[in-house]
Design a protein around this ligand. Structure first.
Ligand SMILES: NC(=O)c1ccc[n+]([C@@H]2O[C@H](COP(=O)([O-])OP(=O)(O)OC[C@H]3O[C@@H](n4cnc5c(N)ncnc54)[C@H](OP(=O)(O)O)[C@@H]3O)[C@@H](O)[C@H]2O)c1
Length: 293
């Protein structure tokens, strides 16, 4: 936003997420130019008022702020290559998932073309784009964030600049995102167990939600233990988890559910006990996960 005039924005990549981003800009009144490798995906956005650029270069040239949402950093690099010269002086914001190394390579490429660069991450699903509590975080050029913060907030009200390093969003995305698959597989295993008893997966939801609330309440406590390196005040010890692990095979046999995905997690607990953490808080697993320098 410059004064009261909405900033023109270009969105490159109109998959599930890119389409939601472009739609949010259009809905907020930003002149929005879009480009996608498969042009047909632009049609619904054009119907809402977006301009479909004929080439990626024309798309970049249309706006001072260029937001990309392709699958990977490599895809983004190859898609932007024909528009490299046009990026000079513009703000380029990537919103794909990827590794910190990928974000650093992207930043080197972008700044080598004199683009002002931010690498961000959308921490939600496309349907949540634009909501006041939707989280997006960014790392990179602070001046880009400050200049376009109002515009970027169109995508989600909880918009954060993590720092000047362009790989921070990828780092935090992977650090926090690592919880997703274990948590979901845990839920799916529970669903399989109750289905094996002829009960509905839906019957577990209320209790699973409470369980997640409890886990959520523990995170600041565990973070404090990890940051201080003091695991001695154990509300839930490694030994306690070790005892629980013994029941997994029994349950798997009784319900005919494959619980083998838990074996490496239980092995981690066992190794923590062997490393002297048996009576320590379960957060001491962090010490086992961290390899020596
Ligand atoms: N969807 C989600 O729930 C979600 C949530 C958070 C973050 N994200 C992240 O957002 C990014 C995009 O996800 P998405 O769900 O939108 O994926 P998607 O629906 O599969 O769309 C992928 C987009 O990337 C484009 N693309 C891929 N490779 C390309 C290349 N080499 N050159 C040009 N364009 C290329 C595709 O173009 P075509 O249409 O031509 O194939 C399409 O526009 C990913 O990094 C994903 O991890 C997604």
């Amino acid at each position: 936003m410059t004064g009261n005039t909405p900033t023109p924005v270009t969105v490159i990549g109109l998959g599930s997420m890119g389409r939601a981003l472009a739609e949010a800009f259009v809905d907020a009144g930003h002149p929005t130019t879009v480009w996608n490798r498969t042009p047909a995906k632009a049609a619904p956005l054009v119907a809402k008022g977006a301009v479909h650029a004929g080439s990626v270069r024309a798309a970049v040239e249309a706006s001072p702020l260029v937001v990309t949402c392709l699958t990977t950093f490599d895809d983004t690099l190859s898609a932007l290559e024909p528009a490299a010269a046009a990026l000079s002086g513009r703000a380029l914001v990537t919103l794909n998932s990827g590794s910190p190394a990928g974000a650093r390579a992207m930043a080197a490429w972008a700044t080598g073309r004199d683009a002002r660069f931010l690498a961000g991450a959308v921490k939600n699903v496309p349907a949540a784009v634009g909501a006041p509590d939707t989280l997006l975080y960014y790392g990179g050029d602070r001046t880009v964030f400050d200049e376009y913060e109002t515009t970027l907030k169109v995508l989600g009200g909880d918009t954060v600049h993590l720092g000047a390093e362009p790989d921070l969003a990828a780092l935090y995305e992977m650090a926090v995102g690592g919880m997703l698959l274990p948590a979901l597989v845990g839920f799916f295993q529970g669903a399989a167990i109750v289905r094996a008893r002829g009960l509905e997966a839906a019957s577990t939801v209320r209790f699973a939600e409470k369980w997640l609330d409890m886990i959520k309440s523990l995170l600041p406590i565990y973070a404090r233990e990890i940051d201080s390196g003091d695991y001695t005040d154990a509300a839930s010890s490694v030994n306690l988890f070790l005892a629980g692990a013994a029941h997994d095979e029994e349950l798997a046999a009784e319900t005919n559910v494959d619980a083998s995905w838990l074996a490496p997690l239980n092995d981690l607990v066992k190794r923590a006990a062997e490393a002297g953490h048996a009576d320590h808080s379960i957060s001491a697993l962090t010490e086992v996960l961290r390899k020596p320098e």
